[in-house]
Ligand binder design. Structure first.
Ligand SMILES: [Mn+2]
Length: 292
């Protein structure tokens, strides 16, 4: 049976040569026009999904013509415009480690608030709610309206209660499977209030009953072993932590993620994010000169 849902990797729009979507590459190719796919279904019309297949459909349809010149003008637009095909925009997975759902549409009239990251991230082109996970939600900071909104947005919530029941290893693997499902890259955000205040008191809204220091290092290794394109750390407030253990734990988070990522690249389990990183990655796996 013919596979109508996918097209060969080699199929490009109007048979145009492939080109990376970078200004220097486009200049080098002499391109004055480029085809660039954005295979996403937005949440604006959830009853009729399908636009995720649009770029492939255009490439397939264009392959049914022998040329690219109209009867009226007789100009081959591929040659005239130096047309190239830049492939598709990356689909992005997003892991949000936080005691808060952060699904508020707006706060006090503003849509860009500390309680709205999930509402905003699902609006980013290339991000589908089915690749968004909130991990570690708990406590009194999640009113029913925000719980309902998490459901209506279609993001996956793995609450702290589930992490306690099923364990860190099983739940973080589920989270990673979800954010990595048909995506090219992932973004991981760690809010310090996901952590238990006993190990991370230096944060704006400490909530009891959170992820322990041991558990977050375990999570870091799981995250790193799959690779990560972007990371951030939110809500680090050193003024609430005279012992400075929160910042030290955050340092560990970054180093453990990058270390597990480097080990996975070295073992051939994941691809290096860029060829130029290979030498640096190899250098970074040399034994550390000093430790404490
Ligand atoms: Mn939070």
């Amino acid at each position: 049976m013919r596979d109508i849902w996918s097209s060969p990797e080699t199929l490009t729009f109007l048979g145009a040569p492939r080109c990376e979507a970078k200004p220097e590459e486009l200049r080098k190719a002499g391109a004055r026009a480029a085809f660039f796919g954005a295979p996403v279904d937005t949440q604006g019309f959830p009853q009729r999904p399908g636009t995720v297949l649009g770029p492939k459909a255009l490439r397939e349809a264009s392959g049914q013509y022998t040329g690219a010149a109209t009867l009226e003008h007789g100009i081959d637009v591929r040659n005239y415009w130096g047309l190239v095909d830049c492939g598709d925009a990356a689909r992005i997975g997003y892991l949000h480690i936080d005691s808060h759902l952060d699904t508020a549409e707006s706060l006090a009239g503003s849509t860009q608030t500390m309680a709205s990251p999930i509402s905003r991230v699902v609006e980013v082109p290339g991000v589908s709610p089915e690749n968004v996970v909130v991990y570690g939600a708990r406590g009194l900071g999640n009113p029913p309206a925000l719980v309902r909104r998490a459901t209506s947005l279609g993001v996956r919530v793995i609450p702290m209660s589930e992490i306690i029941d099923r364990g860190v290893d099983a739940t973080i693997e589920d989270a990673l499977d979800t954010i990595w499902s048909n995506t090219d890259v992932v973004y991981v955000s760690l809010d310090n209030d996901a952590l238990d205040p006993s190990c991370a008191p230096g944060t704006t809204a400490p909530e009891p009953g959170g992820i322990t220091a041991r558990e977050i290092l375990r999570i870091a290794m799981a995250v790193g072993s799959r690779g990560v394109a972007m990371m951030d750390i939110a809500e680090l407030s050193p003024n609430f932590d005279p012992s400075a253990i929160t910042a030290r734990l955050d340092c560990h988070w970054v180093v453990y993620v990058l270390s597990a990522f480097a080990a996975a690249i070295k073992a051939g389990k994941v691809a290096s994010p860029a060829g130029r990183a290979s030498k640096r990655a190899a250098a970074a796996t040399q034994p550390a000169r000093r430790s404490r």
